[in-house]
Design a protein around this ligand. Structure first.
Ligand code: AMP
Ligand code: MG
Length: 355
């Protein structure tokens, strides 16, 4: 069952049932060595899982530090690693690791589903593996129709990127994946001043600019080829890209489309043509895809990194729906919510253009 959370739509199954969990991997085409995050409804569920974890001194110490984060960020876009509870979860959930990532999602719909199921729910993002994560029910339908039982439609996801994954069992504690809670916010919490970055994204892998196609790092990828410009680098559409076919531009803080952006939501930009690819319900992402020239589509994501995160995956998916072959994306700076956005974009990009 796919369900909305505040981050992205999840594909949920009973985390204690191996055949249910196997269904997640097969519907998504997910490699079996990539573990699933387990979602809980409330702190009672956490306590009952904790009761089956090895009760060492190191465990109690880690749990004390987790309490600070849990009281501040749960329910919310933060996944914490715990020792794998003994004999509770399907082995497929943890993919052979001795830890499990737990999260209490922010939407009432998600927590109600878990509460009604009365068991922990394993749920990765509800997209086909390698595709951008789904932030609308229609995205889930596009990828998984016919492969899953149900989609609960809760409108657009507010955060738009996945949860931050934190390993507080190791010393120093490590952010394994940037996400909806920033490392700066975590660092502000007592006992978490020393948290370090433990992930790599494209910018740390290669230093040459622009980068050669790096297919092996592909994740979060639309069908269109993604060319990412680091923050501050001006848009430059190559003749080669125009020869490949229709070109899309996703702008954020400074690239400006060749038409006036409407500041009032009920008025429309003065573009040649407005293409609404998203649903019309009030709660859904209101991205306006504008045809700004022959074979050229533009979408503006807003100016803050939070706004960019909310619309990012819908923008990439929208470009595919419109038949765009190459999409040029304006990056944002890496601080705060920008870290998760840039991590996803660097993984989606075939080319990263630096200044
Ligand atoms: P998804 O649910 O598709 O957003 O992916 C979950 C992410 O959390 C993946 O990057 C996993 O590799 C990571 N993850 C889940 N459980 C663990 C774990 N026990 N240890 C390390 N990473 C994990
Ligand atoms: Mg995913």
């Amino acid at each position: 069952v796919a369900f909305p959370t505040e981050t992205v739509y999840g594909l949920g199954a009973d985390a204690t049932n191996t055949s249910a969990v196997r269904g997640i991997y097969s519907a998504k085409g997910r490699p079996s060595d990539n573990p699933l995050i387990v979602h809980i409804a409330d702190l009672d569920m956490l306590d009952s899982l904790k009761a089956s974890m090895p009760q060492t001194a190191a465990f109690s110490e880690a749990m004390q530090r987790y309490d600070t984060l849990i009281s501040k960020f749960w329910p919310g876009p933060l996944t914490l690693l715990f020792p794998r509870p003994d004999g509770v979860l399907s082995d497929l959930v943890t993919a052979g690791l001795d830890t499990v990532g737990l999260r209490m999602p922010g939407t009432a719909l998600a927590r109600s589903l878990i509460k009604l199921a009365a068991r922990p729910i394993a749920a990765p993002s509800a997209n086909s593996s390698t595709k951008p994560s789904p932030t609308l029910a229609s995205h889930v339908y596009d990828d998984l129709a016919g492969k899953i039982e149900y989609i609960l439609d809760g409108g657009a996801c507010g955060v738009g990127v996945e949860s931050t994954v934190v390993d507080g069992l190791s010393s120093p504690p490590v952010v394994l994946r940037p996400g909806g809670v920033s490392i700066e916010e975590i660092r502000e919490c007592a006992g978490w001043e020393g948290v370090v970055v433990g992930y790599k994204d494209e910018s740390q892998v290669g230093k040459e600019a622009p980068r050669a196609p790096g297919m092996k790092y592909k994740h979060y990828s639309p069908d269109a080829r993604v060319v990412l410009f680091e923050a501050g680098v001006p848009l430059d559409i190559s003749p080669e890209a125009e020869q490949r076919g229709s070109v899309g531009v996703v702008s954020t803080t400074s690239w400006r489309p060749p038409y006036q952006i409407a500041s009032h939501p009920s008025s429309v930009p003065e573009a040649e043509e407005i293409i609404h690819v998203e649903g019309s319900s009030e709660s859904e992402t209101k991205l306006v895809f504008s045809k700004v020239g022959e074979g050229r589509i533009w979408v503006q994501l807003g100016c803050t990194s939070e706004q960019v995160a909310t619309g990012l995956f819908a923008a990439l998916r929208g470009m595919d729906r419109l038949g765009v072959r190459t999409v040029f994306v304006e990056g944002v700076s890496d601080g705060g919510a920008g870290a998760a956005v840039m991590n996803r974009l660097r993984k989606a990009a075939s080319v990263v253009v630096k200044s």
